[in-house]
Design a protein around this ligand. Structure first.
Ligand code: 1GP
Length: 253
């Protein structure tokens, strides 16, 4: 089974999947094994590794720690061409369709493709869309692109349909790490209505209730990074995993 097939299987069996994002720049390698074990034990479905900017040289080391700590799929969420490694199980082959910078629409992909082939690293073709989240995100600044407007679901739908018609396999809506406003439920609902691709939602999701709302709106996968960097203990990870898998009590919604 490919990693993509595993992800689809998770979504089918559990209704939605919970993805924990590790930013190699922000994590303490000494605490990482415990965090990953906590995530796996709590019911997370996969680990994403990547970040918009890397100041520290520990990308490969972090991937190895994650791989050694779990059998969950370890998937690179690359911020640049420097974030490619055979240690991972797969890589989100991100096409920044919300932007109009050719480098992130095809340029980097041409450079990366033969490397992925040589490494036998599974690429998961992903339409990556940055959505206004309240302030400029690192991805937005680094890519020199403008985000999708936050209050115009029809624009998000048009981009998603274009990605689907081009044969991409996943839609990833990101309002940016630590965003003030997560991607709106209205955007997720509209895209779910018109598109059949799995939808990944991340950026600024700080509570299990919020994660649950994203799934109710139509998200197939929910990503959390910052909140887990801040509070990586087992109980919060379990609350998120349960919320994504449908278990938030009605009283908390
Ligand atoms: C950002 O989608 C991710 O690219 C996760 O965002 O760090 O805000 O959880 P947070």
């Amino acid at each position: 089974m490919t990693v993509y097939e595993r992800l689809l299987d998770i979504a089918t069996r559990k209704g939605a999947g919970y993805l924990v994002l590790i930013d190699p720049d922000k994590v303490d390698p000494k605490q990482l094994p415990q965090l990953i074990e906590n995530a796996a034990e709590a019911g997370a479905d996969a680990i994403l590794v990547g970040g918009s900017l890397m100041v520290r040289d520990q990308f490969d080391a972090v991937l190895r720690i994650v791989k050694d700590a779990t059998t969950l799929p370890t998937i690179i969420f690359p911020g640049s061409l420097f974030q490619i490694s055979a240690v991972a199980d797969a890589i989100l082959y991100l096409v920044l369709v919300s932007g109009r910078n050719p480098e992130y629409l095809i340029g980097s992909h041409v450079i990366a493709a033969p490397m992925l082939k040589a490494m036998a690293l599974e690429p998961i073709s992903t339409a990556y869309m940055i959505v206004e989240g309240g302030s400029t995100t690192s991805a937005e600044f680094m890519s020199g692109t403008r985000p999708l407007p936050r209050n115009k679901p029809d624009i998000a739908v048009a981009h998603s349909l274009a990605a689907e018609y081009m044969g991409m396999k996943l839609l990833y809506f990101d309002s940016g790490s630590g965003a003030e406003h997560p991607v709106s439920d209205a955007i997720i609902r509209s895209v779910r209505h018109y598109c059949s691709l799995p939808i990944v939602v991340g950026g600024g999701i700080r509570t299990p209730e919020e994660a649950h709302r994203k799934v109710q709106a139509g998200a197939t996968f929910v990503v959390t990074g910052t909140i887990i960097e801040e509070k990586g203990h087992h109980s919060i990870l379990k609350e998120f995993a349960d919320a994504v898998h449908g278990g938030v009590s009605k009283a908390k919604q």
